[in-house]
Design a protein around this ligand. Structure first.
Ligand code: HEM
Length: 173
């Protein structure tokens, strides 16, 4: 029974990790640049995917990847003590990948997810205002946040890639 649970969680881990990285890369390299260059229609699409729960979808993928990863690391090393985990090369590599994945999740939720929610709120507040300094200030804040989210997303992708490489080679080092 333990073996079946392990295999199911391992399969879930690989599936959600693939969806998490794939979705992050798709959103940042194709969807967001298209939205940004589509004027008011782009704003509607951005608000629409956020209403449909893009941030909940991404948070679910990242939390499921991290939770299943922690289970796998515990299963692999037999314990969570640092000395046990780093006792083998494979343990060191899986732990390094695990830390990268956890950092990707923290920055993804804390900076990218929160920033995107703030951008949606700022744009929502700006739309009904007449052109003028108040609207200009809201749009400026949204543009600054967008830059921050873009930078943070690049860091998240780099960390996800580092985690993926570590996971892929872990058993063979
Ligand atoms: C972006 C995040 C992550 C990605 C893309 C990812 C991807 C993967 C993949 C593809 C495998 C299968 C490797 C193989 O078949 O040889 C794997 C296995 C594994 N992952 Fe992750 N993972 C991530 C996060 C984590 C985290 C946060 C942890 C732990 C804290 C973790 C722990 C493990 C362990 C221990 C295994 C090996 C399980 C075993 O065969 O004993 N992963 N991961």
């Amino acid at each position: 029974m333990d073996a079946i649970i392990f295999l199911v969680i391992r399969a879930v881990h690989v599936l959600v990790a693939a969806l998490w990285i794939g979705s992050t890369v798709f959103v940042s390299t194709l969807l967001m640049p298209t939205i940004e260059t589509s004027g008011p229609a782009g704003g509607q699409v951005f608000a629409g995917i956020n209403r449909r729960g893009l941030h909940i979808y991404m948070a679910t993928l990242s939390l499921t990847t991290l939770a299943s990863g922690l289970y796998l690391l515990r299963h692999f090393a037999g314990a969570f003590e640092v000395s046990t985990v780093v006792a083998t090369h494979a343990g060191i590599v899986f732990a390094t990948g695990g830390v990268s994945g956890i950092l990707a999740g923290v920055i993804g939720g804390g900076v990218v997810g929160r920033g995107s929610a703030q951008i949606t709120a700022l744009m929502g507040a700006a739309v009904p205002l007449p052109d003028g300094p108040a609207k200009g200030s809201l749009l400026q804040q949204a543009a600054a946040l967008r830059q921050r989210v873009k930078m943070a997303t690049r860091v998240v992708i780099a960390l996800q890639m580092a985690a993926l490489v570590c996971m892929a080679v872990g058993h063979y080092v």
